[in-house]
Design a protein around this ligand. Sequence first.
Ligand SMILES: Cc1cc2nc3c(=O)[nH]c(=O)nc-3n(C[C@H](O)[C@H](O)[C@H](O)COP(=O)(O)OP(=O)(O)OC[C@H]3O[C@@H](n4cnc5c(N)ncnc54)[C@H](O)[C@@H]3O)c2cc1C
Length: 467
Amino acid sequence: MSSYDLVVIGTGPGGYVCAIRAAQLGMKVAVIEKRATHGGTCLNVGCIPSKALLHASELYEEAGHGFAGMGINVKPELDLSKMLAFKDEGVKGNVQGVEFLLKKNKIDAFHGAGRISASGKVDITPLNGGEAKTLEAKSIVIATGSDVIRLPGIEIDEKQIVSSTGALELSTVPNKMLIVGGGIIGLELGSVWRRLGSEVLVVEYLDRIIPGMDGEVAKQFQRILDKQGVKFKLGHKVTEVEKNAKGVTAVVEPAAGGAPERIDADVVLVAIGRMPYTEGLGLEDVGVKLDNKRRVMVDAHYKTSVDGIYAIGDVIAGPMLAHKAEDEGVALAELLAGQAGHVNYDVIPNVIYTYPEVASVGRTEEELKEAGVAYASGKFPFTANGRAKVNRTTEGFVKVLADAKTDRVLGVHIVGPDAGTMIAEAAVLMEFGGSAEDLARTCHAHPTLTEAVKEAALAVGKRALHI
Ligand SMILES: Cc1cc2nc3c(=O)[nH]c(=O)nc-3n(C[C@H](O)[C@H](O)[C@H](O)COP(=O)(O)OP(=O)(O)OC[C@H]3O[C@@H](n4cnc5c(N)ncnc54)[C@H](O)[C@@H]3O)c2cc1C
């Protein structure tokens, strides 16, 4: 039996990063992955392929609708199979990158399903029926991620009724796509297929999209998507989807009750969220406790209810984001090495990679009101930003929320071009406990979109310059 300091189950962003950091700190590390490739949901069927299609479809749309205004006359023609191959190539490059990093850090990688048979022991059932193995470990990390939440009675076939995974693989552009769920994944993939020619309808149970994000941002974002042609049915739920010769028919009812209607589509995308994935790990047998949402329960140091067994990433509580999983991986490896690993959960950025992008870090206005925190708000629209004007990308705004007494920045919310990149400066500022004044007094290059962030910070003190 091979023996390790650390065995990590799952090589998504949480697992592989934890393994690398542990190896850097001198531990003997093994990883177990049941997919053929490393990188987890994020690299294989999540962040990376969705961003490849968002990038390609954005350029396609820009070529068709934006180029002529800049004096570039072209008539783009879609080659969908090539676009999908472009996406697959991007995924391949990334998963191979993880394989290289594991090797470089002398981490033993096993392909197969891992199951914890006892504290300190993990059994591996190889993928293709090879010989089973058991690894011994001082510490075991559960980094098995999450899976799609399904709707009862609606079977996902990944062709006509798809999850995000199937929506990354459609071989033809559907004429009509109905999306169940107005969250990040539904809106990103809806944007892709709308740009490529689909009529997109989003059915959302709540009376708003992107729940959890700032309400003003959500309203503005919905208006922008609406103008782009994405249709919304808020306060409604999909109760049934029937397949028929022509496509699919969804039964849609008001969430508050009322007469159902039948809506035809070619493809239905179920994007109502993700749930922790703990199947086949043997957790009940070893006594690892789950909470009422089936997430692995951990303490502040990622230890489960069993000594020597830890968990990180989507499988535990918190935002289901790749960078949150990665940071937990690093923190846990450092804690296991006797260092002071830590994740600041108040400063985890959240980005929607549509056009324009939406990005936020810290608290929303709704959260601050609910917590009774007195705050000042500064807002600046991209219509007043020189670079956005010349680029004709003026939709959206930046909003900075700062403590009314101390001026410390508590939240930053951006709808606008490149918001996902710009949010990083807000995250750094907040990590260092910076104030709106600090941000406002930091010199920002001209002409850049980031000047809108500085102006929003100036607006907190009611002294924005360019509006
Ligand atoms: C379409 C889509 C787009 C997304 N876009 C973004 C984005 O832009 N930005 C962002 O931050 N997040 C995004 N996410 C979320 C992101 O993918 C997850 O938050 C992230 O992958 C979580 O990492 P993880 O390491 O916890 O788990 P995962 O990435 O899910 O990895 C877990 C791994 O464990 C393996 N595994 C499970 N059980 C076993 C077992 N018993 N034995 C061996 N291996 C096992 C699985 O095969 C999997 O490879 C997106 C998700 C989706 C679906």
